[in-house]
Design a protein around this ligand. Structure first.
Ligand SMILES: *[C@@H]1O[C@H](CO)[C@@H](O)[C@H](O)[C@H]1NC(C)=O
Ligand SMILES: *[C@@H]1O[C@H](CO)[C@@H](O)[C@H](O)[C@H]1NC(C)=O
Ligand SMILES: *[C@@H]1O[C@H](CO)[C@@H](O)[C@H](O)[C@H]1NC(C)=O
Ligand SMILES: *[C@@H]1O[C@H](CO)[C@@H](O)[C@H](O)[C@H]1NC(C)=O
Ligand SMILES: *[C@@H]1O[C@H](CO)[C@@H](O)[C@H](O)[C@H]1NC(C)=O
Ligand SMILES: *[C@@H]1O[C@H](CO)[C@@H](O)[C@H](O)[C@H]1NC(C)=O
Ligand SMILES: *[C@@H]1O[C@H](CO)[C@@H](O)[C@H](O)[C@H]1NC(C)=O
Ligand SMILES: *[C@@H]1O[C@H](CO)[C@@H](O)[C@H](O)[C@H]1NC(C)=O
Ligand SMILES: *[C@@H]1O[C@H](CO)[C@@H](O)[C@H](O)[C@H]1NC(C)=O
Ligand SMILES: *[C@@H]1O[C@H](CO)[C@@H](O)[C@H](O)[C@H]1NC(C)=O
Length: 508
């Protein structure tokens, strides 16, 4: 440990924010963080992912883990800084948080505490939101690696059965040998990661973040995985239509899906047209096949991981597969927010936890596990410019089976909209077009959402200007098909959740 860096961290944090970082108990275990892109919480009923399931059996598995926003850049920056999108002012792809506040990232803290930190594949969202450098050199010891074949990610390489042409399809099983460079980005990412894991000459512990690209669309994967999910075994969503009493602002037109060549040819009407059932099944099949492909790569990666390495696996957000008539991310629905979250920690007994948790919690949890002791300290609102504070909480006491020390039993997420009626930019509004923010709170039993007026220059909310309210009862309606907010018998629940949500986002 570089004493100077250590004292600098200690000084900044201690004097200004009264957090103490100590390294007296640091075990300095190696840390591997696996990010899967756009992988929702998949149940065994949908598809059995043998390698992720094996990892889960050896781990602490959170069965109700939620992203803070169902869009790559805001979610990843939130995970990696431990702050909500509101603290980073990032709800799209086009700003860098260090221009808002010089907030430290998880890899940066590990680096400052003597780790070698590596980014391989998609960890930060590339581009402006990580200053075109994946936040190197602040976060990473080495220049982040991007697989060269990533440049072909949107190439027309999908053989269309109907047209016999090579197209930019959504559904895109391929033969690896015939691809440009005879490989795929995730295969290159795997190889590069294994080389790092196999280095035996290191003098420092490492934090290795590996970001796989699939099952993000296009659903491009080696065709043999298709055989493992026969179409006859694929089931459609139970409720493939708009929820009863759903406010229009909750809807998004999944434009990226409808603009792929194969889906475009179906002429689905904008913005409310639904996917033909046959295609729903085919997309679900390919999403599962792409997930099996990543699962296989994760299995290969795990074959090179020592058993005393801490392993975390998660995804940036979920994905709707036709539930509620919706596809892709871009919403506050459970399927778009719920993700796998697995911690394999030496010395911690495997278990499965259903308490709702947030991806924000990963940063304080990891810091806690390796022994950088940070007493529970929350950011003081979204304007807290300290270089290090947490909007989330360490999950270690939950993991150690001490529920009494964990107060939070809900997860909060959000999604912006340019207006109430679904338009071409409702999926991914740019900051300057955002007029409404949907804040959503999930308890074990309910999901409650308020869509309210949002000021995109002041980053303030008006809770009195409401564009839509949703309340779903997950005990009765796991697919969120029936909005109960108007039902008299839920008045009390609605009021209570509304209070909790408002208190948490805009504490008085
Ligand atoms: C932190 O740990 C390193 C060894 O890993 C040690 O050299 C250093 O003195 C420790 N610093 C403090 C303040 O305890
Ligand atoms: C460090 O590792 C030792 C041996 O594995 C263990 O007994 C101890 O509890 C660990 N310390 C922390 C802070 O995790
Ligand atoms: C931001 O933080 C980094 C890392 O601690 C530091 O190197 C840099 O000088 C800081 N930038 C500003 C503008 O304070
Ligand atoms: C972001 O990148 C630009 C261009 O390389 C650089 O001038 C700027 O200092 C970077 N911002 C920060 C906060 O490091
Ligand atoms: C370890 O060996 C690899 C090559 O096998 C080399 O690239 C790397 O720089 C070495 N690391 C150290 C810390 O010596
Ligand atoms: C979609 O529209 C085009 C042009 O209007 C037409 O040629 C095609 O047959 C339509 N496809 C379907 C599936 O309806
Ligand atoms: C880790 O692996 C070593 C060697 O394979 C084995 O002896 C040890 O029991 C394993 N420890 C755990 C906690 O699985
Ligand atoms: C739970 O946490 C409390 C407060 O930290 C502590 O007093 C208690 O002993 C813990 N219980 C268990 C079973 O670890
Ligand atoms: C839980 O809440 C109680 C009362 O509000 C507070 O005293 C305690 O410190 C909290 N515990 C944690 C772990 O935040
Ligand atoms: C946002 O707030 C500023 C300052 O109060 C105000 O000038 C501006 O009109 C507001 N914008 C919207 C869209 O209400």
């Amino acid at each position: 440990m570089n004493m100077l860096i250590f004292l600098k961290v200690l000084f900044c944090v201690d004097i200004v924010y009264s957090i103490t970082l100590t390294n007296n108990s640091i075990n300095k275990s190696n840390v591997l963080i696996i990010f899967v892109d756009d992988m929702r919480h998949l149940t065994e009923k949908e598809v059995y992912l043998p390698n992720i399931q094996k990892l889960a059996r050896e781990s602490i598995q959170f069965r109700n883990a939620f992203a803070q926003q169902s869009l790559c850049a805001p979610s990843r920056n939130s995970i990696l800084t431990g702050r909500r999108p509101d603290a980073l002012h990032l709800y799209d792809f086009y700003s860098y948080w260090r221009d808002v506040g010089n907030f430290s990232t998880m890899p940066q803290i590990f680096k400052e505490f003597g780790y070698d930190t590596y980014s391989v594949g998609k960890v930060f969202h590339p581009g402006k939101s990580s200053n075109f450098t994946d936040d190197y050199p602040y976060s990473w010891t080495y220049i982040p690696y991007h697989p060269p074949s990533e440049k072909y990610k949107n190439s027309a390489v999908c053989k269309d059965k109907k047209t016999k042409r090579l197209q930019k399809n959504l559904i895109c099983p391929i033969t690896v040998k015939t691809q440009p460079g005879s490989t795929l980005p995730d295969i290159e990412t795997l190889k590069y990661s294994i080389d790092i894991l196999n280095q035996r000459n290191r003098s420092k512990p490492f934090l290795l973040a590996v970001g796989f690209h699939k099952p993000h669309i296009p659903l491009k994967y080696p065709h043999q995985y298709l055989k493992r999910v026969p179409l006859s075994n694929v089931t459609p969503p139970n409720k493939p239509y708009m929820p009863i009493e759903m406010p229009l602002v909750a809807w998004h037109p999944w434009s990226d899906v409808r603009h792929r060549d194969d889906i475009k040819a179906l002429n689905i009407s904008f913005p409310f047209g639904t996917m033909p059932t046959k295609w729903s099944l085919k997309i679900r099949q390919s999403y599962y096949a792409a997930s099996l492909y990543v699962d296989d790569l994760i299995g290969q990666l795990m074959g090179h991981v020592d058993n005393d390495t801490i392993v975390v696996l998660t995804s940036d957000h979920g994905w709707s597969l036709g539930e509620n008539g919706l596809w892709a991310k871009y919403s506050n629905f459970d399927v778009a927010l719920k993700v796998p979250l697995i911690f394999r920690i030496p010395g911690f007994h495997p278990k499965s936890i259903t308490t709702p948790v947030e991806l924000l919690d990963i940063f304080p949890t990891l810091v806690d596990i390796v022994g950088l002791t940070i007493p529970t300290h929350k950011c003081r609102g979204f304007n807290d410019k300290s270089t290090l504070c947490f909007d989330g909480t360490s999950l270690v006491s939950l993991m150690r089976n001490n529920a009494s020390t964990v107060n939070k039993s809900f997860a909060i997420s959000q999604y912006p909209r340019p207006g109430v009626y679904p338009t071409i930019n409702s999926d991914k509004p740019r900051l300057k077009h955002i007029k409404i923010m949907g804040y959503s709170i999930r308890t074990k039993r309910y999901r409650y959402t308020e869509w309210i007026s949002f000021n995109n220059t002041q980053f303030t909310r008006n809770w009195d200007e409401i564009y839509g309210i949703e309340l779903y009862n997950h005990i009765l309606d796991d697919e969120e098909s029936d909005n109960l907010h108007l039902e008299a018998k839920y008045t009390h629940v609605r009021q209570k959740l509304s209070r909790l949500l408002r208190q948490h986002i805009d504490p008085k």
